[in-house]
Design a binder for this molecule. Structure first.
Ligand code: GTP
Ligand code: MG
Length: 201
């Protein structure tokens, strides 16, 4: 019985295919095709695109960079031909021109808060090592205000000493309140199972 249950779990709750569809910067008919959207949001450089790669098991699916401001469009990845993972640009971007920064923020705010599109889940990524920033808190409050279904990722836990991990996670739990928190590391493949289970719930 136990074996059968685990087989059921594997069959229904895995990412079997993932492909890049396109990057959008405005309304797009594609997003009206009724497939659920799962958006990934967070500070620039926090690891949004890397999380999409680790989650799908494809190293180069989403473009990543050591420099903030890499993702500049709303990138749609079709998963299992059933739903979209939506990789967004980051906020809290310190470098680059003000114009570019404003444009990216406007794009994020449009997609999450003003567009006609609804997200099944918004995955908010926080850097567990650095801790939640002012801008992270602003984003979290805005997502709450708009009634989004939020999952909080405590990312880059591989950078934290074992002895400090609990403390850092508690700090994030404090700001995340009742939202589900998943400790995660794209580098060490930590949290992938937990996040996959939440997405397929
Ligand atoms: P923008 O598109 O610029 O907003 O950034 P992003 O949030 O998509 O970040 P990206 O995935 O491009 O990663 C930024 C940097 O963080 C890269 O140098 C990654 O290698 C690194 N990084 C991502 N995930 C992890 C992780 O789990 N652990 C560690 N140590 N580094 C990570
Ligand atoms: Mg990115």
């Amino acid at each position: 019985m136990r074996l059968r249950m685990s087989l059921c779990y594997d069959a229904g709750m895995n990412i079997k295919s993932a492909r890049f569809i396109k990057g959008i910067v405005a309304d797009d008919d594609l997003l009206e095709d009724d497939k659920p959207q799962i958006a990934v949001i967070g500070r620039s450089n926090v690891g949004k695109s890397s999380l999409i790669n680790s989650l799908t098991g494809q190293r180069d699916l989403a473009r990543t960079s050591a420099f903030p401001g890499r993702t500049r469009e709303i990138n749609l990845f079709l998963i299992n031909n059933k739903f979209y993972l939506v990789d967004l640009p980051g906020y809290g971007f310190a470098k680059g021109s003000g114009k570019e920064r404003d444009w990216l923020i406007r794009l994020i705010n449009w997609y999450l808060f003003k567009s006609p599109y609804k997200q099944k889940i918004v995955v908010l990524i926080l850097d567990a090592n650095i801790g939640p920033s002012e801008k992270d808190l602003e984003m979290l409050r805005a997502l709450e205000k708009y009634g989004k279904n939020i999952i909080v990722i405590a990312n880059k836990v591989d950078k934290i000493k074992k002895s400090e991990l609990k403390q850092r996670l508690l700090k994030i739990q404090k700001v995340a309140g009742a939202h589900k928190i998943i400790p995660y590391s794209s580098d060490r493949k930590i949290g992938i199972k937990e996040l996959t289970a939440e997405i397929f719930k």
